[in-house]
Design a protein around this ligand. Structure first.
Ligand SMILES: CC(C)(COP(=O)(O)OP(=O)(O)OC[C@H]1O[C@@H](n2cnc3c(N)ncnc32)[C@H](O)[C@@H]1OP(=O)(O)O)[C@@H](O)C(=O)NCCC(=O)NCCS
Length: 178
């Protein structure tokens, strides 16, 4: 396994582990109604809950063994503003596979930032961590998320988890074929 060097830079973005100063931006993302309506869990009710979420994310700074998650914040290079939250969970029960979750602040939707950042998350999953398969899930009304995953080349497949959920996956072979 190759441990990446942070920040990971793209044309417009820098991906790096979370840090203490991210509380306000993380809270703004996780409590925004256009984000929370698509998620299957309750949003943080206040800054104290977001602070606990941030503690968790700060601790998720590396992926060393199955069952762990990697959390990366996404900054705009020009302003250093934190606009996105990426996660890669390495399944404990299926050590060749993992799952991505991508959240961006709605002020920055629709500009290709999510696609740019998630491409790097897939690169980490396959090229650094050697996963064989990456999954992504969203609810059927989440057109932006479905479009993001399809645009990145993940394939729709039957969901093994919940009826009605949209399930997507990509294999390492598909990633390498581009
Ligand atoms: C899902 C999410 C990260 C996508 O972010 P985004 O800013 O729309 O993504 P991008 O600008 O990179 O666009 C990605 C693709 O989706 C398309 N897209 C985005 N919104 C769309 C919409 N409402 N309808 C159709 N297509 C859409 C874009 O055109 C682009 O397609 P392309 O690559 O063919 O040009 C963002 O909507 C978000 O944070 N949503 C709330 C949290 C969430 O639901 N996360 C997924 C969890 S299951």
């Amino acid at each position: 396994m190759l441990q990446p060097t942070y920040p990971i830079r793209t044309a417009r973005l820098a991906l790096r582990p979370f840090k203490r100063g991210d509380l306000a931006a993380l809270h703004a993302i996780h409590s925004h109604p256009d984000v929370t309506r698509h998620l299957g869990w309750a949003p943080p009710g206040n800054r104290a809950e977001s602070a606990r979420l941030l503690d968790t994310k700060i601790a998720q700074s590396e992926l060393a063994e199955p069952g762990q998650a990697l959390a990366l914040g996404v900054e705009l290079i020009t302003s250093r503003e934190l606009i996105g939250d990426l996660s890669l969970r390495w399944y404990a029960e299926d050590k060749d596979s993992g799952e991505i979750l991508v959240l961006f602040h709605p002020r920055h939707h629709g500009r290709g930032y999510a696609a740019e950042a998630t491409t790097e998350l897939l690169r980490l999953a396959f090229d650094s961590f050697g996963l064989e398969r990456v999954h992504g899930y969203c609810d059927p009304g989440n057109i932006a998320s479905a479009s993001l995953m399809e645009g990145l080349g993940l394939r729709r497949e039957p969901s093994a988890r919940h009826d009605g959920e949209l399930a997507y996956a990509m294999s390492a072979g598909e990633w390498k074929r581009g």
